[in-house]
Design a protein around this ligand. Structure first.
Ligand code: HEC
Ligand code: HEC
Ligand code: HEC
Ligand code: HEC
Length: 231
């Protein structure tokens, strides 16, 4: 009986650890001073740098309850190559309400916007006193160009994004898995598509750094790549 109790407690502890691992809390996307991200002073909430329960960015709204403005970058350009079949759409000049999910990432990761700029400040609209004290963040709050996290304002040297990935593309390319649906590439629902398109969040889970850097699944033996590519 005692053994069973010890076992149960151990199991519960393991489960708690696992649940912790799945959270944005304590990850590089936790921008509180106590979090795993770049330490900042004057901010005690985790979700708030990206989401707000009320009065999201504009009256038109930006899902999912987005709490930031977008980057003002007018042009990112798109990846191109002689063998590319996909037709990526330019992400620059996006407006709130119609932005793609990748524009949300770029609103910090292109390095032009402060990671701490918020539409609706924490503590019932109280003053945002957040100041950066360390890490790969410039005094302006922008991600330092020297950090690998700053992917810059050109997408020409990045894996293509913002294009439709469907059965037609798979057959045109000849080396792609046919997506299981317009919502997921794989039947296991690990690699999501956004209304049938590939976006940053197809490969990255912004809330979960169990597979660094925030990958949607482990990339051991390039398992992430081979979920889509037959190579
Ligand atoms: C660094 C920015 C960032 C932080 C911090 C963050 N999120 Fe998100 N969240 C996003 C982005 C980007 C998306 C859209 C991409 C996606 O759905 O994968 C999203 C999507 C969501 C969604 C809708 C899609 C889904 O997965 O259900 C919910 C709900 C959500 N976040 C809740 C939270 C909560 C709760 C917290 C705090 C505990 C949090 N987020 C912290 C960036 C963030
Ligand atoms: C969500 C599915 C998905 C994942 C995951 C993925 N890719 Fe892709 N990738 C694509 C699609 C679709 C294209 C467009 C192919 C085309 O049109 O020729 C592409 C394009 C490419 C290209 C450019 C092909 C060309 O003709 O110029 C390369 C190289 C590539 N991927 C490598 C990778 C690598 C390496 C990984 C893992 C780190 C990876 N991909 C992960 C779907 C994916
Ligand atoms: C609120 C600003 C913000 C948003 C929005 C955001 N990130 Fe981040 N992200 C950061 C910061 C800050 C870091 C840590 C930078 C550092 O330590 O150099 C980071 C780190 C990362 C890393 C790890 C980089 C590394 O070198 O370890 C990845 C990958 C990443 N983010 C992807 C994404 C993706 C994909 C999205 C959208 C789905 C997103 N982020 C949205 C601010 C943001
Ligand atoms: C096709 C899959 C895929 C897409 C789409 C994708 N990434 Fe990544 N990303 C990866 C993988 C895999 C790594 C890890 C690379 C490594 O460790 O060698 C990575 C690494 C990163 C890093 C860490 C720095 C680095 O260069 O290693 C950041 C930041 C990042 N991605 C942000 C983004 C953002 C922002 C977008 C959208 C504009 C995006 N990613 C789109 C697969 C992808």
């Amino acid at each position: 009986m005692k053994k069973l109790l010890v076992l149960t407690v151990m199991m519960m502890m393991l489960l708690t650890t696992a649940a912790f691992g799945l959270s944005v809390v304590g990850s590089k996307h936790d921008l509180r001073i106590t979090g795993g991200g770049t330490p900042t002073a004057g901010i005690s909430e985790v979700c708030v740098v990206c989401h707000t329960p009320h009065q999201a960015s504009t009256s038109a709204g930006q899902t999912p309850l987005w709490n930031k403005g977008l980057s003002g970058q007018a042009t990112y350009s798109v990846y191109s190559s002689p063998t590319l079949n996909a037709v990526p759409t330019e992400l620059g000049g996006a407006t709130l309400g119609t932005a793609q999910v990748s524009n949300l990432c770029l609103s910090c990761h292109d390095g032009t916007v402060s990671v701490l700029s918020m539409a609706n400040l924490p503590n019932s609209g109280g003053t945002n006193t957040a100041t950066t004290v360390a890490g790969h963040i410039l005094a302006s709050g922008q991600i330092d160009p020297a950090s690998t996290a700053n992917i810059g304002t050109s997408l020409t040297n990045d894996h293509p994004i913002n294009f439709t990935y469907d059965a037609t593309l798979a057959s045109a390319d000849g080396g792609l898995v046919t997506p299981a649906s317009a919502a997921y590439v794989d039947a296991g629902k690990k690699v999501p598509l956004f209304t049938g398109t590939v976006q940053c969040a197809s490969c990255h889970d912004v809330h979960d750094n169990v597979n660094p850097p925030f990958l949607v699944m482990a990339n051991t033996a390039s398992a992430l790549c081979t979920t889509c590519h037959v190579k």
